[in-house]
Design a protein around this ligand. Sequence first.
Ligand code: SF4
Length: 393
Amino acid sequence: MEHLGVYIQVPFCGSKCSFCNFSSRVARQEVYDGYCQALFREIESLPDLYKSAGIEPRLDALPADTLYFGGGTPSLLGDERFSNIVARLRRRIAFASRMELTLEMTPGSAGRQFLMRSRALGVNRLSIGAQSFSDKELKAVGRLHSADDTRELIAEARSAGFSNISLDLIAGLPHQSQASWKSSLRSAMALRPEHISIYLFEIDEKSRLGGEVLRHGERYHARFVPDDDFMADAYERARAMLQAEGYRQYEISNFALPGFESAHNLKYWQLQPYIGLGAGAHSFDGECRWENDSAVEVYENSLMRGASPISGMRKLRNSEQIEEFFFLGLRQRDGVELEVARGRWGDRLLAPWLLKIEALENDGWLEQVGDRVRLADRALLVSNEIFQQFIAA
Ligand code: SF4
C-alpha cells in the first residue's frame, strides 16, 4: 500500500550560521506564534486547499508513514507549539501504525523536558546538526553550541528513550584540517548514532561566508576554508572510516547502521508522494510538484486571509518524470532498477536513457549489475557533474 510522507518546515534558528543560505532566520517567540497559527490554518484547510489548486484528491486518502520536522531548528518551537502541530496533523491525516517521526534539532535547542515530551508524542528519530566536534570550527561559522553540547544532547536523548539518532557533519569548514576532521568523525562514531550524514561545505555566494570566499575576503574566516582537494580527501576518509565501523553508505551523503536508513528521505529519491507544509515547503504527488511561498510573511498573510500559500505548481511531463527517476534515484548507492522505469514509462522513453547509461558506463562513471544501474565509486564526488552530463547528453 502506498503511503504519504509529510514534511513540516520551521524556518527559525537560534543564530544564523555564516555558511547558510536557507530561508531561515532568528525570530522572537511572538513570531513563532504567528507562524504556528498560519501552519494550523494550512493543516486545517487540507484537503480543500489541494482540491482548489487542482491537485489529485488521492493524496487525501493516503495514510502517512513518515513525518519530518525540518528547518531551521524546529525544536525551538518548544513542546507546547510542537504538540499542537502534531495533534492537528493527526486530526487531518491518518498516521500509519509504523511511523517514522523525525525532528531536527541543534545541540542546545532542546532540554530534557522537550525530549521527553516529544518522545511521548511519537517522535522516534532525531536529526542533530552537530556539524563538527571542533569548538574552533563551530565558533568560526557562528554555531552557538560546543562539541560537549552535542555529547550532552545525545546522552539526554538516549535517556529519554531515543534509539534512532542521526548526526550531521560538514567537511570543509573553516580551520578544518585532516586531523580535526578525522577527530570529528571519531567523536561522532564514539557516540554510536544510528545514522550519520556527511555534507561537503558548499560555497554559496548568497551566504555571508560564501560571498567572502568568492571575493577572497577576510571576514567570517573565509581564508581558512579548505580547498577542493581537501574536500575530496575528507569525503573519501569519511566513507572509509564510517564503512569500517558498520555504517553503510546508502546515498551520496548518508550512512546508516543496518535498518536505520531515513524512510522519509528515501521518498524523495524514490519519487514517492509527500506533502510539505509551512513557508517554502515542497510537495510531490507522483506527477505534480508544487511549493508554498518561501517568504514567511507572504505565507502567513495568504493563509490568514483564506487564500492559498501555494506559489508554484508544475505537472511533470513523462520525459521529465523519467529524468527525475534517474537524477534522484542514482543518488542512492543501490541505484535504480531499469525494470521500474520500463514498467512506468515504456521502452520508447527509456531507449535514449539506455544509450546514455552505456556511454557513461564506458567512461567508468556508472556501473550496471543485472538490471540495476548505479554511480561508480569514482563518480560520487563529482555526482553533480555526472548528472549534468547524463541529462544533457
Ligand atoms: S542551524 Fe541550519 S538552517 Fe539554521 S542557520 Fe544554521 S545551517 Fe542554517
